[in-house]
Design a binder for this molecule. Structure first.
Ligand code: PMP
Length: 427
């Protein structure tokens, strides 16, 4: 497949790195699932805006007003990108982790949460941490099994449909890259009166997402995985629970009026709408960069992006299938559809050593570890009994038969075929 033309060219494609041989090669960034390189278009848009930026809201000066306008337009660009419904809100956050923690603090008291144990820790942990009752569903081995497990869990839930209930589920796994049956799970959840939030950190950068068509209640993603820089993310969806919740942070911007009371305390009236959860000076550049990425992806066509990526995925999976020592990790089987994210282990190899060698000998940047999804990776490796290791911590053992960590390769817009081919040759 031809390389991407503008506007999906990414920064960093000219970076060269030294190998142990002393030679220098172009860096093959194959760790998009952690953070994707920025689109050149995003960087150019941010650079063009930079001289004009000012603090949003209430500034009387021209640049402050301009920034306020651009900040609100950025919200609209995200709403268009996600195909939100009338009345849905876009809250700018720091990233997906922040978005899901915000939602965990905003759900009505007593909300019962359902999550598959296969989630990334960002979508697995905030609910329990917020003091909510969580039902963890075991790793399903097919889409049908996932839907049936949710159906059974909701039906068996003693609180019944009158209690507020929420399913949190990933759109695409950050470990296997496999797609989850979001529309079917949402249909099942809604039939039981439960709401749904989708962790789209790995889905939104690869596939067109329509909140309206999927009918999900909320969606979260990170700018730095969507070809924008670090520091900004999105929580988007239904306004009712968000408007009824305590503000995520207390401070200026979220408060509409604050008045001294006779007893010496202060009475606060909080804003409704996104401002309620965006106290403090917002990350205008981050929001603007996300909006720029949303527009660039839409203009280039997410379907074209996906089509090209699928050719790379096919090349990758066929190439790895030809190496008998390689085992590709999968929940849903060899035919499961995935985004450009794949994890594997190599028999007889320590995954950390293998990844280090890809870097030092071939200039290829992948990732090894448990990818902040410990229960999932342990299930996939069949090592549920192993001692916990830190998120991404290197494997302690010497090369052996049994892998405690996996190797993840991931790509997207701007990845040339040569990177995939070099990776396969190196493996
Ligand atoms: N969910 C998934 C599926 C992810 O892959 C990640 C990032 N690895 C996150 C959530 C957390 O995103 P962030 O680190 O940007 O908050």
């Amino acid at each position: 497949p031809a390389a991407f033309a503008e506007p999906l060219a990414v920064l960093g494609s000219e970076v060269e790195v030294p190998l142990v041989s002393g030679e220098k090669v172009g860096y093959a960034a194959l760790d998009y699932a952690a953070s994707a390189p920025a689109l050149r278009r995003v960087w150019d848009d941010v650079a063009a805006y930079a001289p004009y930026y000012g603090s949003v809201h209430r500034g009387a000066g021209y640049l402050s007003q301009l920034s306020t306008e651009l900040y609100e337009q950025s919200r609209q660009a995200v709403a268009d990108f996600l195909d939100l419904r009338e009345g849905d809100q876009v809250v700018f956050t720091r990233a997906t982790t922040d978005s899901l923690n915000l939602l965990a603090g905003a759900v009505p008291a007593g909300t019962r949460v359902f999550a598959f144990e296969t989630e990334h820790h960002a979508s697995l942990l905030p609910w329990q941490q917020a003091g909510l009752a969580v039902t963890y569903l075991r790793a399903p081995r097919s889409h049908a099994e996932a839907v049936a497990a949710l159906d059974a869990a909701l039906a068996a839930d003693p609180a019944g449909p009158d209690a507020p209930r929420l399913l949190c589920v990933t759109g695409a796994s950050n470990v296997t890259g496999e797609l989850w049956p979001i529309a079917e799970l949402t249909g099942t959840a809604h039939r039981h009166g439960a709401r749904v939030v989708v962790d789209a950190a790995q889905l939104a950068p690869h596939h067109r997402v329509s909140v309206r068509e999927l009918d999900v209640d909320w969606i979260a993603f990170s700018g730095h995985k969507l070809y924008a820089p670090f520091g900004a993310g999105v929580l988007a969806g239904r306004a009712d629970w968000l408007d009824a919740a305590e503000p995520y942070l207390a401070g200026g911007g979220a408060s509409r009026t604050v008045a001294r009371q006779a007893d010496g305390s202060v009475a606060v009236e909080w804003h409704r709408g996104p401002a309620r959860h965006e106290a403090g000076s917002p990350n205008v550049i981050g929001a603007y960069a996300i909006a720029s990425a949303c527009r660039a992806l839409t203009e280039a066509g997410l379907d074209a992006l996906r089509e090209r990526e699928e050719l790379l995925i096919e090349r990758l999976t066929e190439g790895l299938a030809a190496v008998p020592e390689v085992r590709v990790l999968s929940l849903f089987g060899a035919d499961a559809a995935r985004v450009g994210v794949l994890s594997f282990v190599v028999r007889g190899w320590n995954s950390s050593h293998f990844s280090a060698a890809l870097s030092a000998e071939y200039g290829i940047g992948v990732r090894d570890g448990l990818f902040c999804a410990h229960p999932l990776v342990r299930t996939l490796l069949g090592s549920e009994d192993t001692a916990p290791s830190e998120c991404g911590a290197p494997e302690p053992s010497l090369p052996g038969e049994r892998s405690l960590n996996a190797i993840r390769v991931s790509f997207g817009a701007g990845t040339p075929l040569e990177h995939v081919d070099r990776f396969l040759a190196a493996v």
